[in-house]
Write a protein that binds this ligand. Structure first.
Ligand code: BGC
Length: 350
């Protein structure tokens, strides 16, 4: 029925169609490869969008992503989601980023001891996670070579806060020591009880003060979860129960220091206690500038944000990190703190 010639023609047509299809597929693969080279999708989940320090870090993330887009001629899609202090919500957000094929996921853990669900999902999908600010436990971080942590050198913040107090006492002890007993009566406002920074700061600030030979007496310690309003409530309670006895308020962060100042101002205290914070947020720096706080410790939100974006870029494009960013043990980027007092506060307000 079929002549040899027709069979040959049909055979040649099939071969030609095959070649055409293959070349189309190959072109598409090439397009995808091209696409990968010029764009990256980063998904960020934060523990609580109403945290002053975290929202400043998030602003710096956006700024540095824009800078890098220009610098490298690439497109960075940076999507944020707020976990609203709920680990289960955060796990869903990570799952969504994975489903939507994000290249890198950045996680500001709600519960830093509960990273396993996010890690399991990311490992399965082969998508790196950069954790930040809320440090996961070492054992979790070691589970996979595509897990990273960007944060601060936690120990430093407590030590530096202690140094601010020690230096201030050297010059003004007579003024602070209201009851003239040569002991510093203090209250301390603490961040979330499981947060590495709250634990470390509380311990090291007092150690630093006592090691410098200053005697201290604790009149109270309260957890205010990094929050200004909660700190104000705790401080007003103290001002009612132990009025005139507190000589210094030590706060694990600026927002809680400002909450204490709010309470002090409302009570209209004649001889208010001195207040010291940590973070160097915009409002914190203003309080140092105005003399409401004796000092703060600059927690480098900008440097940490730059570290996160640069690391995301280097992972997505398989490039080296810039020289000034050190990846410690292949896993950590840690930014140092700086002491801020009225002497240098203007430098940081710019
Ligand atoms: C900051 C706090 C912040 C907390 C959030 C700490 O490093 O000092 O201001 O509330 O991180 O995790």
């Amino acid at each position: 029925m079929f002549s040899k010639r027709n069979v040959l023609i049909a055979f040649m047509i099939i071969i030609a169609l095959g070649i055409l299809t293959l070349s189309l597929i190959y072109d598409n693969v090439d397009d995808v490869k091209e696409d990968k080279k010029t764009s990256v999708k980063i998904g960020v989940s934060i523990y609580n969008q109403y945290d002053t320090f975290i929202s400043s870090l998030v602003n710096h993330l956006t700024e540095h992503a824009k800078y890098l887009e220009q610098e490298k001629g690439i497109t960075i899609t940076l999507d944020m989601s707020n976990a609203g202090r709920n680990q289960i919500t955060q796990n869903y957000q990570v799952e969504n980023y994975i489903r939507e094929d994000y290249d890198i996921i950045c996680v500001n853990l709600v519960d830093r001891t509960d990273a396993s669900v996010a890690i399991d999902m990311a490992m399965k999908a082969d998508i790196p996670i950069i954790f930040f600010n809320r440090e996961l436990v070492e054992k979790d971080l070691q589970r996979w070579d595509k897990l990273f942590y960007v944060g601060a050198v936690a120990l430093e913040s407590g030590i530096m806060q202690g140094q601010i107090v020690v230096d201030y006492c050297k010059k003004h002890f007579m003024e602070i020591d209201k009851n003239v007993d040569r002991v510093l009566q203090y209250v301390i406002l603490e961040g979330e009880p499981t947060h590495q920074d709250a634990l470390i700061r509380t311990e090291y600030v007092i150690d630093t003060i006592t090691e410098a030979g200053i005697n201290v007496e604790k009149l109270g310690d309260e957890i205010a979860n990094w929050n200004r309003a909660q700190a104000e409530t705790k401080m007003s309670q103290w001002l009612k129960s132990i009025p005139n006895e507190i000589e210094i308020v030590i706060a694990n962060n600026d927002d809680m220091a400002l909450g204490a100042i709010d309470a002090i101002k409302k009570e209209n205290i004649m001889d208010p206690p001195i207040v010291v914070g940590i973070d160097g947020t915009k409002v914190g720096l203003e309080a140092v500038y105005n003399g409401d706080m004796i000092g703060t410790v600059y927690n480098d939100a900008k440097g940490q944000a730059e570290g996160i974006i640069e690391l995301a870029y280097s992972l997505a494009f398989d490039e080296e990190l810039p020289e000034e960013i050190e990846l410690i043990e292949g896993k950590y980027i840690r930014k140092p703190h700086i002491i801020v007092t009225p002497d240098n506060v203007e430098e940081y307000m710019k």
